[in-house]
Structure formats: structure tokens, C-alpha cells
Design a protein around this ligand. Sequence first.
Ligand code: AMP
Ligand code: MG
Length: 418
Amino acid sequence: MLTVDEARDIVLARARRLPPEPVALLDALGRFLAEQIVSDINMPPFDNSAVDGYAVRSADVAAAGPDTPVMLRTLHDVPAGALPAETVLPGTAARVMTGAPIPAGADAMVMVEDTQPGADGTVVILRPSGRGRHIRQMGEDVRRGTVVLAPGARIRSAEIAMLATMGCAVVTATRAPRVAIVTTGDEIVDIEAEAPLPPGRIRNSNRYGLAALVREAGAIVHSVAHVPDDPTATEEALRAAADPLAGADAIVAAGGVSIGDRDFVKPAVEKLGRMHLWRVAVKPGKPFAFGEIGQTLFFGLPGNPVSAMVTFELFVRQALLQMAGRAAAGPDRMLVRATLIRPIRHVAGRREYVRAITTFQGGRFVTRPTGEQGSGILGSMTLANSLCVLPEESAGAGAGDEVEVILLEGLAGSQPED
Ligand code: AMP
Ligand code: MG
């Protein structure tokens, strides 16, 4: 059986980057940049004030103090957005608001808190201010001609703000992968169906859980289909999902990949395309399958909801991010070492991913399993914020042991302070 790392290498070798396309700036959130952004401006474009206060000549106020106030004649105010009309000559000062240009002649700002209104068009300065103080220099953030963002950068809120600063109303981003979701099983009913649940049936949780994972990965749920346990219906659904005219980049199927005599997914993929791997030494998720039908990648996840989610995390998510243009190599999740506070049993053989709650306490990460770990126990997935990794050869881990943990989300409120 392949190891998790071997299987991931096979998958990622086939996950090719999709073509670039123009995208309206805000719609690019969560996508990956497909162009280099070189600044054609200095940012800030002009020297401006970092405070509300008075623009002065530093030499004028060098001796200013609470007991040695310096009186300066005030010029016209400079509000943000205005251009200064006057030069600050010796003995004068101009009131300048945050973000407004520094008038010629001035080389420092004094904060308004360090001044008092004086009589007859004057201001009293109570504190010295050195050359350049409280002035944001032209180009101190971005110099004209420098690269501000590189291709493959994830477009988060900070990148959106930077792209807006650069005047990019439209950016070139890698196209988001389009995913066809196919669920299988005679026992499955859709949540749109009439309640109550007929005897012997369960609701289609994978259809929604996997669609949510697809969206969280920044990809598009392109189509959804459900097929009964029937070879012809399975083949037809996969053929339709992989049809080039339909335009899906990947199929994510759930169920029907075990060795049961009603598991028809694998034979259908073998008939329509090629399987590249089947079965991985992982728990949960051993029956994971990966192949291709034409140009469409095929991911066959086990039907158990937790197995489906874990194998999505391990194999599908990274493939989708790579197709979406992610430049960085390696996992996109935070991997940390954490102290286990409750023992975990493990039978050597497969790498195990244990649903866990991880927090940051007293300067270290602490983790504990969420309880029953059966691959159908979705409840313990809803409690988890992380997956604790037990290596293949591990004989289990005890309380106090250090273990590796994949953080599935930020740990709000439990991060170390700096
Ligand atoms: P399978 O991989 O098809 O053998 O399914 C394994 C287990 O997962 C069975 O108990 C199925 O009932 C369950 N299962 C399969 N597909 C789904 C689904 N779409 N939603 C919820 N449970 C499912
Ligand atoms: Mg099934």
C-alpha cells in the first residue's frame, strides 16, 4: 500500500495549474495572482503628516519645552487632500492634518497635543521635534519600479488593499478549479426529499460537506450528482461529469471505492480513463482512489463522512490549491508540535489522523482527541479544530507526549502574545 506522502506526490504531480483570467479586484479574494505587480507610483506619493499637528522648522523648536515655550506665527491650515499654499519660513508654522502634504520649508511635525493655541494667530510649541519627525516619507512603503506582489501570491484582504493602492481594478488571477461532486449509494436520500427519513436510509451529508470543503479551498462547485449503486448509472454519471463540454477540472466522488461487490466507482473510472492509485496506508481513508478521466482529475473518497473529509484535507485540498495557482510548496496548513493530554491508542501500520482540540496554553500547544474516532463519527469532527498525526510505526502516544498537529483553522484567542 502507498504511504500518504507517496500518494500525495502522485496526486500533486498531476494537478496542473489552470490558465490565468482577468478578475474584478474584489472577486479575486482567495484566488492566486497570475501576474507580477510592479508599482508605477511611490507610496506615499508625497511627504505627508503622520499626525494632526503643526508643520515646523525643527531648528525653530529645538529648545521648546513646557518651561521654554516657543511661539510661532500660524499660516493657512492644510487639510487632507489640499495642497499647501504657503512656505514655512523661520518663525512660522502651519496646521497640517494627518495625510496632508508637508508644506515646503517645514522638516518636522509637532503633535497638536504638544502645542497650545497662542494669542493673535500664533501657536505655542511645548516640545522639540527632530528633523523628519512624524513625517511619512514619499516612497517609504513602496518605491516606484519595485515588485510589490509576485505571481502565485494568495490574494487575501491585505493583497486586495495593496492592489487597490496600485490602481488595479482588474487583476490577472489563475482560474479557480471547477469541481463536479458525485455521491453514491442506494441508502442515501437528499435533504430536499420529504421527511421523515425512510427506514434503512440516511441523508446525503457528503454532498454538502464536500461542497463546503471545495468552497473553503477557493474552488467552485460546478455540478452535483448522486448515483445509485449501479454500474451503468455510475459510469454515466462519471462520463457526464468528465465531459469536456461540461468543463469540470476535477471530480470529487464519495463512496463506492471499497472492495464491496456493490462498489462500482473504481471499475467505471478504469473503463472511462485511468486509475493512478488506490488504497493508501492512512486512517481514516484507506480506500482513497485517484485517477484521470480525459483531462479531468478523479478523486475517489471513501463514503464515510469523516474519511471523506480527512482524505479531502490530505489530497484534494492541496491539489485544488496547486491548480488554483498557489506557488508555495508544502502544506498550506499550520503544523505544530503539541503536548498530548490524553493517551491515543494506535496500531502500527497506517498513518492515523485523530480529530483533536488544540489550544495554546501557558506558552505551548496542548491537544486532546475529541472522543470516539470511528470513521462514521461526524460529531467528533464538529468538535475538532485540528488533526493529531500518529506516524505509521507509532505504538500509540501517552499523556505528556509531543505529537504533530495540523491546525485546520486559526486558534482565535489562544495565540501567543508577542
Ligand atoms: P461506501 O464507501 O460507499 O462503502 O460507504 C461507506 C459508508 O459511508 C456507508 O456507511 C455509507 O452509508 C456512508 N456514506 C456513503 N456515502 C454517503 C453520503 N453521501 N452521505 C453520508 N454517508 C454516506
Ligand atoms: Mg456505498
